[in-house]
Design a protein around this ligand. Sequence first.
Ligand code: ADP
Length: 458
Amino acid sequence: MQYIIYVGGAVIAVVIIGGIIWFVSSKRTKHKSAAGNTKLASSLRDEQTKNSIILNSIEDGVVLIDDQGIIRLFNPGAANITGWKRDDAEGLDWKSVFKFADSKGEPVAEDKSPFTHAMRSGQTVRDNNANLMAKSGSTIATSFSVSPILDNNQVTGLVGVFRDVSEERQEENQRAEFISTASHEMRTPVAAIEGYLSLSLNDKVATIDDRAKEYLEKAHAATKHLGELFQDLLTSAKAEDGRLTNHPEAVELGAFMEQLTSDLHFAAQKKNLVLEFIIGNSNVIDATAGANDKVVRPLYYAFADPDRLREVITNLFDNACKYTDEGKITLGLTGNDTVAQIYVKDTGHGIPPEDIPHLFQKFYRVDNSATRTIGGTGLGLFICRKIIELYHGRIWVESTLNKGSTFYINLPRMSAQQAEAVSAQMKTAQDTNTAEAAPAVTPQVTPPTPTISTPNVS
Ligand code: ADP
């Protein structure tokens, strides 16, 4: 299946490049000699014929949009998927033909579409979870790739390639549903087994000989691991289908991180690791030494659920502890006008460069002698990524083998005024809901547009 997608992608790329060369060349040929023109024209006609055969035969939808947003090419694949006839679509503004919906079927604003993103960013935009509204009004699960046509770094048009992925999406949903139900159902008996094993190991409750104790300790550790696996499976299934409970609010990250550092310092101490918290570029707060000097520091606000954020940073911290034998773990907070950056740095084993691109995928674990002996599910970083993406953030790692790793999180930074406005709105909404349990509130203030790309924010 993937092979077909790659081949399809390559063919389409050739067609698109061919088309663009033809488009650009057709302008230049005006200045050439008549004889040259005839030869060139015939070879271009050949190219055109080849291109149109490919464009007419492939199942994928291909659309070419000019700099005014007008559809200039709409292949039969596009017509099949959207229900628009080629002659009707060509000449129309793309916004009349390509309308998107969210997972609940509600219309998505035009500026969130892959076409607008590609037009604005000048970069290829892929969206495997797009829901396209067909001409008939029905919603089709689609996967989109929209590439800009650049001329001197100016976007002069867009090429969109898209396919109907309804079947794949349905299978994915069934798989996720199964994993979610199975892990939910299995958590309860596993918790019961773990509880009884704990009781058996408790001297005050049960009397067992040393050999039985050794076996039960192993069974207890394995059951604990199984329980964590089910919990992670459930969380990742929820993260994938958008069911993760999420109550975002304006969080002042400095105070939040300081509290978290102090909550985590026992775990670091247990492994004889120093834990410190750095805010800005130089204000160091040594959590293990218990220092709590008040320093003047910038306030970094972000719009996120503090419980979810705690889950992410604790996960990164747990990994830092797990994969560091000696030295220091640093939690840090820095940023610029638009970005708040959190980082978790360790002086541990480091990660081989070839593993880094896969680290945030589901079930990915580095396979070496060091990690084989350390338990884990390979789901932690996947869950972290999913949560950070909920807040339009980005997470990545930089690492040097045998020296250590730094995990970075960039979140869109809110100004103090925005944070205040959001908090005030949420309070008003809660006050008006006093009688009932307050539901999650989505503030009317739009968080700042993320500018999240540079790993090092100075
Ligand atoms: P796991 O449950 O295996 O820790 P994660 O998704 O949290 O799963 O991490 C995936 C893999 O990334 C780990 O198996 C480990 O090999 C590697 N890894 C994560 N954090 C670190 C770190 N701080 N130092 C070294 N390797 C790490």
